[in-house]
Design a protein around this ligand. Structure first.
Ligand code: 2HA
Ligand code: ZN
Length: 274
């Protein structure tokens, strides 16, 4: 059996959590990540017949029975993951009943997965239906995106449009736009269901005045989506705070750049005013 502390998926989790902490997106216990792993890759490091303990999830994830995820722990700080992955992360498998998680590794101090597991697993279900390659769901609190939530309408078309206008390549990175939920109580099944509903149509979902969800086939893709939104939000906040904007990328410009990348069919054209 190989040493799990050297597994590439543990390394990736260490790197991305440290990175998000240093970006200022993950204060204290802010943020959470779930990353679906292949049974074969995990079997190189763990005896998959050995369950440390079982933890009820409180909701039905029948579609994910047998699937294995590495998930950040509840109350755990991203800044600490790289120094003690076995306490701050866990590897769980969804049991045959669909409502129990089998702990295969981690949460060494007796704790459990993030309180946002409903939003994560329900979003995995939504995204896998659209894209069988999806493996990562990521939630974080990016500073400028949140600042912008305080001064910009929380409307899907308007928020997406404003962000597209900020940098030329935003429409290339997220042509499908951004889903937006109003402020809601977090950590429960209700926000999980609402997030998963948005994830049917969007790879990015803003939780109003709280944070953002992103997804992807790997950590880089999910991170890259959120990073691009955050860069655009930063430009918006700086440009808006500095006074009247006198130049903008027009809707025709956006349509043209999408055309040059061959993605007209992917753009939410109803989010442009052409
Ligand atoms: O895990 O970010 O939304 C801490 C959070 C809850
Ligand atoms: Zn949060």
């Amino acid at each position: 059996m190989k040493n799990i502390l050297e597994a590439p998926f543990v390394e990736e989790m260490k790197k991305v959590t440290a990175n998000m902490y240093r970006m200022g997106w993950a204060e204290r216990n802010g943020g959470n990540i779930s990353y679906m792993l292949e049974e074969d890759e995990v079997a190189e490091y763990l005896d998959l017949s050995y369950v440390i303990r079982t933890i009820p999830t409180g909701f039905d994830a029948t579609e994910l029975i047998g699937k294995i995820f590495i998930v950040t722990g509840t109350g755990k700080y991203f800044k600490n993951v790289e120094f003690d992955p076995e306490t701050n992360l866990g590897i769980i498998r969804i049991a045959e009943d669909g409502t129990t998680a089998e702990l295969l590794w981690g949460y060494k101090d007796g704790s459990r997965f993030t309180s946002e597991l409903p939003a994560h697993l329900m979003s995995h279900i939504s995204r896998l239906r659209v894209n069988p390659e999806n493996r990562v769901i990521m939630h974080t609190h990016p500073t400028y995106t949140l600042a912008m939530n305080h001064i910009h309408k929380l409307d899907e078309k308007e928020l997406t449009h404003t962000l597209w206008e900020m940098c030329t390549e935003c429409i290339i990175v997220f042509p499908d736009g951004i889903g937006v939920l109003p402020w809601m109580v977090c950590g429960n099944n209700e926000i999980g269901i609402a997030t998963a509903e948005k994830m049917k149509n969007y790879r990015l979902v803003v939780w109003g005045l709280h944070g953002i969800y992103g997804c992807g086939k790997d950590i880089d893709e999910a991170f890259g989506l959120i990073e691009t939104v955050e860069k655009a939000a930063q430009l918006y906040m700086i440009a808006t705070a500095s006074g009247a904007r006198i130049n903008t990328i027009t809707d025709q410009n956006l349509w043209d750049v999408a055309g040059s990348f061959g993605i007209h069919d992917k753009v939410r054209k109803d989010f442009l005013n052409l």
